[in-house]
Ligand binder design. Sequence first.
Ligand code: PLP
Length: 447
Amino acid sequence: MSKGKKVGEKRDLPGIKSAELLKLRNQYVPKGVFQIAPIFIEKGKGAIVEDVDGNEYIDFCAGISTLSLGHCNDEVIAAIREQAEKHLHACFHVLMYEPYVRLAKKLTEITPGSFPKQVLLANSGAEAVENAVKIARRYTGRRGIIAFEHAFHGRTALAMGLTSQVKYYKYGFGPFDPSIQRFPYAYSYRAPFNLKDDEYAEYCVKKIEDSFKTYMPSEEIAAMIVEPVLGEGGFVAPPPVFLKGLRRICDEFKILLIADEVQSGMGRTGKMWAVEHYDVVPDILLSAKGLGGGLVISAIVGRKEVMDSVDIGGIGGTFGGNPLSCVAALKTIELIEQSNLLARATYLGNITKNRLYNMKQKYNLIGDVRGLGSMIGIELVKNPVTKEPASEETNKIRKRCHEYGLLIMSCGALHNVFRLMFPLTIKDSELEIGLNIFEDSLKDANG
Ligand code: PLP
């Protein structure tokens, strides 16, 4: 029995033990490493977390979309334990091991595209992005990369350059790779000139095509990197004409299409990969976050001829595709398939969206509810007509949710979008309680 507050009961944050640890954190960890709340976790199971003071929470963050199967899935733990008894780390460059090649094979089977594929395993989303760009450049012999506004691709030097949010991902860290070209993303809710969804999406596509005549030769562009659903940028699912248009341009100008599915992949949208909603097949697909069921791993899955164009030794790394992460990923994929989690993501998403559409009718603060499957964004505005971002209200709601036992986080360049990332194994009753706390907090902030 926990000695702290149950979900729904107000707690003081930080608790006594969290406050003690916070002192250590503040002394020894730089402030640049952001936190959404002054809470230290003790343990987690499924969608429920307990902090070091014994307070319970429902987790709508799930390690930022890493825990599709929830905290501490028994079967994932058993797979890791079994592997840990055999060997922890031999480095794939020194001694190869079965889980790496089994996972590579599996990923080629579950990603879109019937052509032959190969897979490089790495450690993080940013590392996947960096490798995809390296490989695309080596294959095409071109340098340029097209990226989009509101994109988030990671914090390493090149990935940060591709990212499109100044404060605080890029602020003070330049210069950025000069071969990156930026174009608007079909973010319908914030479309300019009152353009309708499809009109704006077509405009975004045309802008790229036009640019090949006005300021950059298409022959210099190696790849286009796009999130099929924006993650950090605001959980925006673009109209199909956008992604289809990008695919058409890539085909016409022999540019590689890289789908960054680091956040949108692994079942969250109700399909294994978000691109499947759009019937678009990328040349390279990137996965991380949810892939390892909580362990550290990322994957670059691409056309065989593209992946194999790199000279021996050109890609890899000491820890890339470590065996514990490989077995955890294999088990995670198996469980997603076996327990019908894709259908569950759609089901949970529908319940949630219906509830949120209902809240939108009641509270002016909600400007937009959007998303695919369980990848749902809620954009808050001070005024539904001017769409002025309600970032202070977003902070206030987030804090109140935490105080009542709901872990939730926001995103977006304007800091005014809640993103829901609950485990796909969350119980219906837990989801309902979490949404109740969210609604109460919204009501409180709506005034
Ligand atoms: N790409 C996308 C779409 C992401 O959402 C993220 C992380 O949020 C990254 C890349 C970077 O991943 P990591 O933090 O594992 O480097």
